[in-house]
Design a protein around this ligand. Structure first.
Ligand code: ADP
Length: 334
């Protein structure tokens, strides 16, 4: 008998164009995992409402994220690729889990503090309970593995805490989910200006999007922060230079990286040449994905069909889990 496949769940918010961080932190693993695991990947449209309450462009953004995931190699026939708002049980589980989450621990979350700093005029309760909603998304499918970037590590720790609390208070219902990156360290793709990470909505000149045109990619890479180069042999790299080498590791050949490492150590490095090379390798990597996105995006009928197919798979799994949850909580009176 075939062994039951382990369950995987992850999501991306439709708050803008996907970028290299989303690809290397998340989608690359989705594509690898779709072969051996039972995968649920969603467009997290409800999460986007915590920071983007205006829904005028939501549909367009949801379609874009779907097209971008598919262009990166995700196969809607192999996985459940769905929209969070199509799974209504999410709201029910979110409600139950909110009773197990404490205000103090939610306020301490790093992403909450960041978002409060960026948007002090919209500190809504949904923002505070973002990790609870994320936990509901994961537990709804009783997922064990969650392919995410390093920025999500703390949220996953909270998801384990909430799952554990539920199991302890009621009865063993959920696995405690773990962040997953193919048994390697979780990835953080740094922004090109040497500060923070690439991200959909902040810092657009310092983020490489999967939809960027070749010239835009070259221009952004050439603007990456560098300096005059080291003056002492084998010195430590400043953070912003470390970041550039980190980006090279994602797309450049090993011998190219080795050459620039050695130039750095000998104090002969020419950052102009390095960035030219990195720009070309980025173009080489991104262009085929961009072209694929552009070919999928106009086919609204296909995208609609993908959404429906995904919703059916996700609803089935969510329905089964919620039966167990209601039973565990004693919420079944007839
Ligand atoms: P964003 O921060 O760009 O809005 P999301 O919050 O929608 O992205 O995250 C989607 C996925 O992409 C998550 O798994 C997250 O960990 C990953 N991710 C986002 N930015 C980066 C980054 N710069 N490096 C690595 N992974 C990232």
């Amino acid at each position: 008998m075939a062994a039951t496949k382990q369950i995987v769940m992850s999501g991306i918010r439709p708050t803008g164009f996907l970028h290299l961080g989303n690809y290397f932190g998340a989608i690359r693993n989705y594509v690898k995992m779709q072969e051996q695991f039972n995968c649920y990947f969603m467009v997290a449209d409800l999460h986007s409402l915590t920071t983007h309450p205006d829904t005028k462009e939501l549909r367009e953004n949801v379609e874009r994220v779907l097209a971008e995931n598919i262009a990166c190699g995700l196969d809607p026939d192999k996985v459940a690729l769905y929209c969070q708002s199509h799974v209504h049980e999410t709201a029910e589980l979110y409600l139950y889990l909110n009773m197990l989450a404490y205000k103090g621990e939610l306020e301490k979350t790093a992403t909450f503090k960041d978002k409060v700093r960026l948007n002090p005029e919209n500190v809504n309760a949904g923002l505070l309970t973002y990790p609870v909603l994320q936990t509901a998304d994961i537990l709804l499918h009783r997922a064990k593995y969650v392919p995410v970037g390093k920025d999500q590590e703390q949220h996953l720790e909270m998801a384990r805490t909430f799952a554990h609390r539920f199991n302890h208070r009621y009865c063993e219902t959920f696995p405690e989910p773990v962040a997953y990156n193919n048994n390697e360290d979780l990835v953080k793709v740094p922004s090109l200006d040497g500060s923070g990470k690439m991200s959909k909505s902040e810092n657009q000149m310092a983020t490489l999007y999967l939809a960027d045109e070749d010239d835009v990619i070259r221009k952004k890479v050439m603007k990456a922060k560098t300096d005059n180069g080291p003056t002492e042999m084998n010195s430590a790299k400043p953070d912003y230079i470390e970041n550039i080498f980190g980006l090279m590791k994602l797309v450049c050949a090993a011998d190219v990286i080795a050459k620039y490492e050695s130039d750095f150590n000998n104090c002969t490095i020419r950052y102009g040449d390095l960035k030219k090379q990195l720009g070309e390798d980025m173009v080489h990597f991104i262009a085929p994905i961009r072209e694929k996105i552009n070919s999928i995006l106009p086919d609204k009928k296909y995208l609609q069909q993908v959404m429906e197919q995904g919703a059916a798979k996700a609803n089935k799994s969510a329905g089964e889990t919620m039966q167990l949850v209601r039973e565990a909580m004693g919420l079944k009176y007839f």
